[in-house]
Each structure stands twice: as C-alpha cells, then as structure tokens.
Design a protein around this ligand. Structure first.
Ligand SMILES: [Zn+2]
Length: 111
C-alpha cells in the first residue's frame, strides 16, 4: 500500500457503496407503481437493479468487516489461517479478509 492507509481506502469504499445503494433503492421505489397484471416492461430492469443491490449489500458487509479488522489490528491477515494476505491482493480488493486459498474454500462451502 503506497501512501493511502487501508482505513481511508475502506472508508471511501464504504461511502461509495452506500451512496450507490441509496441511489438504486431510490430508483426501485420510483419504479414500483405499475398496473396490476399487465405486462410490465420495467420488470427486467427492476430485477437487475435488485440483483445489483444484493451484490452491493454483500460488498458492504465485507468492507465493514475489513474496517473492523483495521481497528483491531488484524487487517491484512487471513481470518481463517492467519497468514498475511499479499499486499497486491489488498490493493485490488481492499475488503479482502481471507487469503486466496481460504477464500476459495469458503466460497465452495457456501455452494
Ligand atoms: Zn488463509
């Protein structure tokens, strides 16, 4: 990490994610009115927006978990095996709390 502290990076990430979420939720609210069982051409758009909201909510959870780890001094170390996470990976994914191999294992476990 050159110059920018992970905390600042994550705080910015958190703010931007929250802003986008707010905007998408607003969009969803304004599109909610439609006529009963008539074909709704916006349905597909709404489902896309909903899917994006869910992705961003998961991201927000990860960013907040990473921020907590900054505060407890555990940031940069894998939450599962305790090994340091490569700085290059943290630059690309600042909210990473697992090393790549533990991440793969965790994701396989969810499916
Ligand atoms: Zn690990």
């Amino acid at each position: 990490m050159k110059g920018v502290s992970p905390e600042k990076l994550l705080a910015r990430e958190r703010r931007e994610t929250l802003e986008t979420l707010e905007r998408l939720r607003e969009e969803l609210r304004s599109e909610v009115e439609f006529d009963g069982d008539e074909y709704d051409p916006d349905l597909f758009e709404r489902e896309k927006t909903l899917a994006t909201i869910q992705i961003l909510e998961r991201k927000l959870t990860r960013v907040e978990a990473a921020l907590t780890r900054v505060q407890t001094g555990q940031y940069g170390f894998c939450r599962d095996c305790g090994q340091p996470i490569a700085p290059g990976r943290l630059e690309v994914v600042p909210e990473a709390t697992r090393c790549p191999s533990c991440k793969d294992k965790a994701e396989r476990g969810f499916r």
